[in-house]
Each structure stands twice: as C-alpha cells, then as structure tokens.
Ligand binder design. Structure first.
Ligand code: SF4
Ligand code: SF4
Ligand code: SF4
Length: 275
C-alpha cells in the first residue's frame, strides 16, 4: 500500500480542529472559538509536519506555540484562568466557556483519543520544565503520586471557599490566582526537577490535572505499541523515557502506562524500528 504523503496527517488534524472551531463558533455564536481552535490546529499540524519531515525540535515548536498562546494571550491578556481553579470557577458558575471547554477537550474527554498529548505538546508549565537539564530522569521514580490528590482537593477547596465567603470581585481574585498559581507551579517544578534530577518530577507527583488526565488516558486510542517480532529487548527505549513508561509491554496495565506524554523519544531511539 502507498505510504501517505507528508501533508496527509497534518491536513487530517487541521480538518478535525477546524470542525471543532466552526462547530463552537456557530453553537456559541462567538468568533473567538474559530480563531482559538484554528490557531491550535495550525500549531499542532505544523508540529506533525515537522516531525514527519525529521525535524528534531518538532514537539518543542508546538509546545512553545500553544503553551505561550495559552499563558500569555489567554491567561494574561484575556484574563482567562485556564488553570484547574479556573475550571472549578466556571463549573460552579454553570458557564460552559473557555476554561470548561478547554478542560473538556484537552483534559477530560480528549485523552480518550490522544492520551496525555496535552502534557507533551501544549502545557505551559512543562514548556518551561522541558528546558531544564534532566530530560531523562537520573533517579528511580518515587512513591509520591498521592500528592496530586492533595493539590487537586486544595484547588476545589480554594474556589469553594471563595463562593461560600461570597467574595467580592471574584473574577479579579481568579486572575490573581492564575498569576500566583503559575508562579507557584514554576517554582515548585524547577525546585523538584533539580532535587530529584528529573525535569518531569512536578508532573509525576504534584500536578492536580493528572487526576483528570490519567484515568481517561488509560483508554487512549493513540498509544505507543511494541512490535514484538522486531524488538531485541535492548532497553534503549525505556532508558530515554522521561516518564518511566514500560512501552515494550503492550497491555493497558503496563508500568506507568497512563504517564506517557507521546513525546516519541522511545520511537526515535529504537534501533530496530520496533515502536
Ligand atoms: S502533568 Fe500537569 S504540569 Fe505536567 S505537563 Fe501535564 S498538565 Fe502540565
Ligand atoms: S529500543 Fe526497540 S528494540 Fe530496544 S527494547 Fe525498545 S522496542 Fe525493543
Ligand atoms: S518516551 Fe515513549 S513511552 Fe515515554 S513518554 Fe515518550 S512516547 Fe511515551
């Protein structure tokens, strides 16, 4: 069978995002959604094109294009709190707008299709953490994943308290919470990366968003699979994985299976083209 050309997958992805963009533009009667999802679709398509063309910075290009757009344009300029607190805020007010739509698409239902692609290609926290020196963890993983449930609970408690206390100018508080939350995430993420010699330590132990991401990505349609007939069990793939996934095991229950961020490092490094 003829191999699809370089533009095939980028165009398919662009079409999917365009369909979402137009559907939301029409149903919500807001042209912002057309611009927003077209921009993200274009960024992701460009990244896929660069990856197919063999550019080794493809993932980082998408991460910077989408991450900076969300942090600077949506977060700081449009004052949309796209962190988990913003999601609770809009959910409690019953508004199905930017933050709730973002969570539904990228973090709650989307991972059923693209797993934790958000974490590999769009998150503005990881966008900075991935610049740090420990791209491959230098220490074994620790049993600290329970912390994510504490931070998850704290995010609900914080927003609930604002509503219960009938805080004045809650929108302003949410904007400053976005700034303070990001500073705290960056500070904790950078400190943990150096402490554990692992750029993604924050993702593995602290990030509350993983409480949404992990269960859905267990069922992800897109996942790394190993062609057993080609694999020589050299272990190279596991040694370069930033998230400690055992990608040579094809079962859904594989070790750290819900941690895969689809960074493709294992695929790029397999000497036998087995992934
Ligand atoms: S785990 Fe959290 S901080 Fe890490 S990439 Fe995913 S959403 Fe971002
Ligand atoms: S790098 Fe390739 S050949 Fe080596 S263990 Fe992984 S899948 Fe198998
Ligand atoms: S190296 Fe492979 S298994 Fe590990 S996170 Fe990246 S894509 Fe997933």
């Amino acid at each position: 069978m003829k191999k699809p050309g370089k533009f095939f997958y980028p165009l398919i992805i662009m079409a999917v995002f365009e369909a979402v963009a137009v559907a939301l533009w029409i149903t919500k009667d807001n042209i912002f959604y057309l611009f927003n999802f077209s921009y993200i679709g274009l960024s992701v398509s460009l990244g896929i094109f660069l990856y197919i063309a063999g550019n080794k910075h493809a993932r980082r290009v998408v991460q910077l294009l989408v991450g900076l757009y969300m942090l600077v344009y949506l977060g700081l300029m449009r004052r949309e709190n796209m962190q988990i607190e913003g999601f609770w805020y809009f959910l409690f007010t019953g508004v199905f707008e930017a933050a709730t739509i973002h969570y539904a698409v990228a973090k709650i239902f989307g991972p059923l299709i693209f797993g934790r692609g958000w974490c590999g290609y769009a998150c503005w926290t990881a966008m900075v953490l991935d610049f740090l020196p420990y791209k491959v963890p230098e220490n074994p993983r620790r049993k600290l994943g329970w912390i994510r449930y504490v931070t998850f609970a704290l995010s609900i408690i914080f927003v609930s308290a604002l509503f219960l206390a009938k805080a004045a100018d809650i929108e302003k508080i949410m904007f400053w919470a976005f700034i303070a939350g990001n500073i705290a995430y960056y500070a904790a993420g950078i400190a943990l990366a150096f402490l554990f010699r692992d750029n993604r330590a924050f993702c593995k132990y602290i990030c509350p968003v993983t409480v949404f991401l992990k269960p859905a990505s267990y069922f992800s349609a897109i996942r790394i699979k190993c062609k057993k007939d080609r694999c020589v069990n050299c272990g190279r793939c596991r040694s370069v994985c930033p998230m400690n996934v055992d990608m040579t095991d094809n079962s859904r229950k594989r070790k750290n299976g819900t941690e895969c961020i689809l960074c493709m490092e294992c695929v790029k490094n397999c000497p036998k083209d087995a992934l």
